[in-house]
Design a protein around this ligand. Sequence first.
Ligand code: ADP
Ligand code: MG
Length: 623
Amino acid sequence: MMPRTDSEAEIGVIRVMPEVLANKIAAGEVVQRPASAAKELVENAIDAGASRVEVHVRDAGRTLIQVIDDGCGLAAIDAVRCFGRHATSKIRSIEDLERIVTLGFRGEALASIAAVARVELRSRRREDDHATLVRIEGGVIEETAPCALAGGTSVAVRHLFYNVPARRSFLKSDVTELRHVLDAVQQAALAQPGVAFLFRSDDATVLDLPAEQGAGALERRAAAMFAWDPAKDLVPVEEETSYLRVHGVVGRPAIRKKSRGDQYLFVNRRPVRSPYLDHAVFSAFRGLLPDGTYPFFALFLDIDPRHVDVNVHPAKSEVKFDDERGVYAMLKAVVQRSLSLAEGLPRIDGDAPNLLAGSPDARRSGDGSGGTDLPGPVQRTFGPPRPERTAEAPGDLSALLYSGEVKDGGARPAELLASDATGSRGAGRPEIGGDGRLWQLADTYVIAPLRTGLMIVDQRAAHERILFERSLESLDEGFGLSQQLLFPRTVEFSVADFALLQELLTDLRSIGFDVEPLSGRTALIRGVPAGIRTGDEEMILEDVIAQYREFERTERLRGRTNLARSLARRSAIRAGTRLDPQEMRALIDQLFECSQPYAAPDGSPTLVRIGADELDRRFGRRR
Ligand code: ADP
Ligand code: MG
């Protein structure tokens, strides 16, 4: 900038900002709304080692946010100093940054809050003979005096943004602001089950949570918070590798939420927002929840601080991992496994994902199946084996690779089913007991003896699940297996269906339709997805389009989910289809290679298990 006057040229235009002004500006980053002040104050209470934290608000925090703790308290001199910029007791040297264990460390929160509100702090260390009161308004200390307090700290923040009208006018309705405060308190309460929490709003008690200790503390805390049953509604999650530990709880599909917001993720006990990692958990629930609903979860990732950067945002809510994909893969796999286990079925086991390879596909052959010792690759689908995908493989290379394996005219389902029955062993196959024989009941159910009990599989639901996951996978990967029709057909569509066909063309090809729109409203069909029911190849495209429309109307399904569900629905083996033993075995193998073996895509169960204990009970036998 050019100096405008001689005198400016002499004395310059750069000034050091007064601290009060600097704090007011910094406050904009740290304190956006009452909830951010509440969050900072609660974190300070936790950092102070509190065993009980109370949060009181008036008018959704506009008039008052007060946090009272029984933590270590502050010496008189620190009660004043803590309002200084970069005043912190938590960092002394640059090395400390590498091993931060407290929630706060920047020493900005109190200074920022005090810059934009009227704050009263009372604090006392137990060893001191009196407490200290500090009153500070708009960043200016108005009063310090001895006062009475048993021990611990109370910070009252009044009239937030009283001196920043622009900020004040940005606040949303009381309902919204209060929901944010509640969210901040719930976040802290989930992160610290060992600390008792009380949350009151305008004198009404919103949360009153006793301290929970020992095993199951988090489940009990979450259950107390949302009025759930810790045993019935929640599933514990726990897994550890040298890189990462994941633990916490997820809600069973039955307690799904209509809106997002009850997803809690913590990295090294610090609450973080990560749509990417949320997605990992959501995808573990894929097919278990109706569209438009979300699972509850409170998950903790513990990781060496050197592999994670939590300092990327002043509100400290975003994180970066040095191996994002690896963390994603592990999170997804761990949640899937926990959900499977919770169904009371034999363990669904894959290898722990290879974190540093970072591939979400790392769930491959495992050792979990017991029983048979046949070696061989895991086939995830009902169709013929798929090639290992290489980065260079162009889309239609797959067609070449398969031309020898999928014969013209399409493979019989028996061949398709059987192709997996030998040589492969499911990463997650349950331990089939007895001599391993399977029965079919009413051409509808497959019955398998388990080591302890009995499993009844609905063949249609199971096949639908298999086809659904396979289709999604093909859609993700961009190519699916195709079986060529002996006689390519031309089909005439309605105008609307032809438009839909063109809209879906890329995805249709990805799942294995070899289809070519011709002029007018006709399309040439040369091939259909491999592994579908025979007899239906001819009509399957029309069927899928019709089903797509129906799902669009009845379930508001769109895009790939709809397409995968439509194909699965229309091409799964039906009830009333006789299966031979190899087909039954393949069906079960394939089912347990799915990420969600227990439910069809519409949520109906694929199988029912009757444990030996239940049989004993029903026959009145005591063990
Ligand atoms: P930070 O938490 O990043 O250190 P803050 O501005 O939040 O920065 O707090 C500044 C300092 O004030 C803290 O380092 C701590 O020493 C002290 N402090 C704040 N709140 C409390 C509390 N509730 N109990 C004890 N000490 C506190
Ligand atoms: Mg702090």
